[in-house]
Design a protein. Structure first.
Length: 192
């Protein structure tokens, strides 16, 4: 059985406008170009896997139930626009600021690649044929640590060091620009 290729996408700052700890639908707003970028990747044969650190859960700002409710609403809105998210993986931990059970140095919090490895195992994903789009250096580090070679940065306002930019395949204005660059790469378009 052949393996799948996937686009691993960070949520806050890539799919939705980043605000301090988005934990409810009222705080959630899609970034321009995000839906069309996701659709372009999907139509090019990529599974869409969201991987997101959720320190707001760790800090007690909102609950896992709040996160799941928001995820369900996000997925419904995307489905209405022809986008099918394969799965959303999240890390509710923080090694320093976590409260109670959430204060731990886990294997899933980016820059560690735990969420990527879990998704690859569950969905039969070939990481060498996959891509990652994030807006922080920790996203790129997680992609590299998992064996993903093509990691793209989206400029969301985070201060990106020159060394971080060098680690990424490219820096793009938004998810649509990143998706356009990915699908224009001959190594991916030949698989469509």
């Amino acid at each position: 059985m052949s393996k799948n290729k996937a686009a691993f996408i960070d949520r806050d700052g890539v799919i939705n406008v980043e605000r301090d700890y988005v934990g409810s639908l009222e705080e959630f707003e899609f970034i321009d170009g995000a839906i069309s970028g996701l659709r372009l990747l999907q139509n090019s044969g990529f599974l869409l896997i969201v991987i997101t650190n959720q320190a707001g859960i760790a800090r007690g700002f909102y609950s896992e139930k709040n996160f799941h409710d928001l995820t369900r609403s996000m997925n419904q809105m995307l489905a209405q626009n022809g986008v099918d998210i394969t799965e959303v993986f999240f890390c509710p931990h923080h090694p320093v600021a976590g409260v109670g059970q959430y204060k731990q140095d886990c294997k899933c919090r980016k820059p560690k690649p735990g969420m990527i490895f879990e998704a690859a195992s569950k969905h039969n994903i070939d990481l060498t044929q996959s891509v990652l789009v994030g807006d922080k250096i920790t996203d790129i580090q997680a992609g590299l640590a998992s064996g993903i070679e093509n990691n793209l940065l989206v400029e969301s306002g985070h201060d990106l060091s020159e060394s971080g930019r060098v680690m990424a395949m490219a820096t793009c204005a938004d998810l649509f620009q990143a998706a356009s660059l990915i699908v224009s790469e001959s190594r991916y378009s030949s698989n469509i």
